[in-house]
Design a protein. Sequence first.
Length: 143
Amino acid sequence: MKIKRTIVLTALLMIFGIASVNSQNVIHLNDASFKKNVWDYSKNSTWKYEGNKPVIIDFYADWCRPCKMIAPHLKAIQSEYGNKLQVYKINTDKNPQLANLFKIRSIPTVLFVPADGNYQQIIGYRSKAQFEEIVKSVLKVEK
């Protein structure tokens, strides 16, 4: 009986361990990490996505209600799509230079950057289903 319980517990730990490896977290970027992961605009003044997989970049502020409303959608998308894409968040109050770089005047503004780097942006609240449709059509990523 003890061996059976140990095997079951070990199997569960392995399953949860594998799941945590396959699912990534939403990553908050600052200026330095943006340059490293997305685009080093100090070296190249022309937009050139330097990543290797599609990304979603959410420009938000802590006080913004629509930003708070889309946050769970983006977190769920990151979890559901795992390593197929990456969701980044940029706090516009803490990183105004990045907001200015993309001429962000309203938040939330979300950039969808496919692997080829030609991004599209949306402004304002969207449902999770709408985000998933954009992921499918713009980023060309399936679950």
